[in-house]
Ligand binder design. Structure first.
Ligand SMILES: Cc1ncc(COP(=O)(O)O)c(C=O)c1O
Length: 361
């Protein structure tokens, strides 16, 4: 159809990890463990669930378009002004607003060649030029990215920790990088997995880099266990935020999403419990993979990337695991077809993987 622009015709849409119900139907399995989508396996915080229930009585009204209570709570927690905070329909929702607000058709974006697919889909949907720089030992090559900047560059996307590798770049690397980036280039620092990485002194917490051209994105989807309700947030210079607020859909996030986010932010015990569970899960996976001779990359997030000999092997292994009731994520769409991402689960779920994996390898 001539109606459809070429860049949309060519667009590869985002394919999420397989949902549990689909696998149950397809393979007629009783027990299914999903270790595929970097979700919190503990469920949402019970306090967030209670807050959502309570908020439902008000859902005949539109949400507060300024999300003032939610933004103020985030401002207080992270020690910035409300004018520096935006909330949206997941952090990916805010990413989409950034692309609509700041990018012109002939401008370019730069990122790594194996990073969060959601960003790549959004960039491709704008039909703009994307330059990708190869990862170095599965890590963002910040110097390589800085070397690609031209007058046409408008946006650099950095995921720290990166998905799907789980790796971080260091304070030192970021300090060197930031000196080389001109002010006309906007840097998205996607910190969707920040809560799992923040205790490492080498991790550059972007809140310490509140520069005019840096936007931090974070989410309630991962550590806070609210992936299904869709709420994320961002921090930036007030001039950037006020222009983003003009473009964003006025009523995102929804009333239950804002209520859930507020309650989850207060439930520090729940957050800490999951961070500990995940720490244990990562160590459990390392030990398991060492024992089975699987190569992997040490992670600063809630998943571990396993490295296999070929795409064929990775796909076969994913399929065999699926047939036994374990959903994991093969990484062809991320540009790492010989790799598989394993999200940490509850202890019993990790143990199920340890039981099944040696049988299917
Ligand atoms: C690096 C990264 N950024 C953003 C997101 C999207 O998060 P949200 O659910 O807040 O849109 C994900 C989800 O997988 C992610 O891995």
């Amino acid at each position: 159809m001539p109606l459809i622009p070429k860049h949309i015709k060519d667009l590869q849409p985002y394919k999420p990890g397989k949902p549990i119900e689909e696998v149950r139907r397809e393979y007629k399995l009783k027990k299914i463990v999903k270790l595929a989508s970097n979700e919190n396996p503990m469920g949402p915080s019970p306090k967030a669930v209670a807050a959502m229930h309570e908020s439902l009585a008000n859902t005949h009204r539109y949400p507060d378009p300024g999300s003032l209570t939610m933004r103020q709570a985030l401002a207080d927690r992270f020690d910035v002004k409300i004018e520096n905070v935006i909330t949206g329909h997941g952090s990916e929702g805010i990413m989409s607003v950034i692309m609509r607000t700041f990018l012109l058709d002939d401008e370019e974006v730069i990122t790594a060649d194996a990073t969060f697919i959601g960003f790549m889909v959004l960039a491709h949907s704008r039909g703009i030029k994307i330059k990708t720089v190869p990862l170095k030992q599965y890590r963002f090559d910040l110097q390589g990215i800085a070397a690609q900047v031209t007058e046409k560059t408008k946006l650099i996307y950095l995921a720290n920790p990166n998905n799907p590798t789980g790796t971080i770049f260091s304070v030192k690397e970021f300090n060197e990088f930031i000196k080389k980036i001109p002010e006309h280039v906007l840097i998205i620092l996607d910190e969707a997995y920040f809560e799992f990485a923040q205790s490492d002194p080498k991790y550059p917490d972007s809140m310490k880099y509140r520069l005019d051209n840096v936007i931090t994105l974070r989410t309630f989807s991962k550590a806070y266990g609210l992936a299904g309700i869709r709420i994320g947030y961002g921090f930036a210079h007030d001039q950037l935020i006020c222009n983003l607020l003009k473009v964003k859909l006025p009523f995102e996030p929804s009333i239950p999403a804002q209520a859930a986010g507020l309650a989850a932010l207060e439930d520090r015990d729940f957050l800490e419990q999951y961070i500990q569970l995940n720490r244990h899960g990562l160590e459990y996976f390392y030990t398991l993979f060492d024992k089975l001779g699987i190569r992997y990359v040490r992670s600063h997030a809630n998943f571990v990337m396993g490295i296999f000999d070929s795409e064929e092997y990775a796909l076969k292994l994913t399929q065999r695991l699926l047939e036994k009731g374990i959903i994991v994520r093969p990484l062809g769409a991320f540009g790492l077809p010989h790799c598989i991402r394993f999200t940490t689960g509850l202890n019993a779920e990790n143990e199920f993987l340890a039981e099944i994996l040696p049988r299917v390898l």
